[in-house]
Design a binder for this molecule. Structure first.
Ligand code: MN3
Length: 335
């Protein structure tokens, strides 16, 4: 009886509190994207491929503190996450955006706001040239991936592309910003109808892109706090250091000093690169530079201690100090 009751309680809990991600409903029927994308491709793409990203993302974060993060937080620090999270969080975000901007021709809003139009004209000369730039990015993306139109932290438009299911919110992307348009160039997006002719698929897909929706996304992106967050999240030297620190310090806390004893030189090298790097504007102040200098000295001390084969408890004490110094600079969490 007690067991039964417990099982019941667990199921109720799961029902009430399992939030997770879910597959967004497609706003139009699978057939309504024809002739540019055939119904079978739409159905498989949405109900099988996208569903699999959602299912696998939920599986990958289940029971971890990542469940509490927003999608943007998950994506921004993706270099700290597992490949499963990178592929499936990206897959879910990217496809959700794709379905939003694809609209059957007769249903398109097509009203482009003046500010968006002038940004396009100022940067690309015309809408046609922008489409050419997007087509170029999409057709030259080797293998699977996405072409993007993004708003960068300095509020400019930019055309770029990423591989696999990466996207420009992720810290692994060379060009970063808020995506307002994405074009899926995985073969699963076009192979049934177009086979290897990616160019034909691309000319087709432009008939389905609702520039009115893209225009609204542009306007929203300009005031989205995410733009600042991405800018402040761009400090790769900090992330590089943090990765080595997490992989050496946390084992020490659990009594395993092997990673630190083998990688203290690498830790010092990353600390030197970090204190020589340029912080994002918001962190570019004397107190931060001072903390980085102290951190570098502390890592030098630790590396020397490792060289002298210092005792575990000495190393733990000095690593704890280094860890505290680091957190004076940045409050970063790891998985
Ligand atoms: Mn796809």
């Amino acid at each position: 009886m007690k067991v039964l009751f417990t099982i019941l309680l667990i199921s109720v809990n799961t029902l009430l509190f399992a939030q997770g991600y879910s597959l967004p409903t497609l706003p139009y029927s699978y057939t309504s994207y024809e002739p540019y994308v055939d119904a079978q491709t739409m159905e498989i793409h949405h109900s099988k491929h996208h569903q699999a990203y959602v299912t696998n993302l939920n599986k990958a974060i289940a029971g971890t503190k990542l469940e509490a993060l927003s999608m943007n937080q998950l994506l921004m620090d993706i270099s700290f996450r597992s490949d499963a999270i990178r592929n499936n969080a990206g897959g879910h975000y990217n496809h959700s955006l794709f379905w939003e901007i694809l609209v059957p021709k007769e249903k398109q809003t097509t009203v482009i706001q003046a500010s968006f139009e002038s940004a396009i004209n100022a940067q690309y000369g015309s809408m046609d040239s922008l489409k050419k730039a997007l087509t170029q990015a999409a057709s030259t993306r080797f293998g699977s991936g996405w072409a993007w139109l993004i708003v960068t932290s300095d509020k400019k438009l930019m055309v770029t592309s990423t591989g696999n299911q990466d996207n420009p919110i992720m810290d692994v992307s060379k060009d970063r910003g808020i995506p307002i348009l994405g074009i899926d160039v995985w073969e699963h997006a076009y192979y049934l109808k177009y086979q290897n002719k990616r160019g034909d698929y691309l000319s087709g897909i432009f008939n389905l892109i609702d520039w009115g929706i893209v225009s609204d996304k542009y306007t929203k992106a300009l005031t989205d706090p995410l733009l600042n967050e991405i800018q402040n999240n761009n400090w790769m030297a900090l992330k590089d250091f943090h990765k080595v620190m997490a992989q050496t310090f946390h084992p020490c806390e659990e009594g395993n000093f092997v990673p630190l004893r083998t990688r203290s030189g690498e830790l010092l090298a990353k600390a030197i690169l970090l204190s020589a790097s340029k912080p994002p504007v918001i962190k570019d102040k004397p107190s931060v530079h001072k903390a980085l200098e102290n951190l570098e000295e502390q890592c030098e001390k630790i590396h020397e201690l490792v060289g002298k084969n210092a005792k575990d408890e000495v190393l733990l004490k000095e690593m704890t100090k280094a860890h505290e110094l680091f957190h004076q600079v940045e409050e970063l969490c790891h998985d």
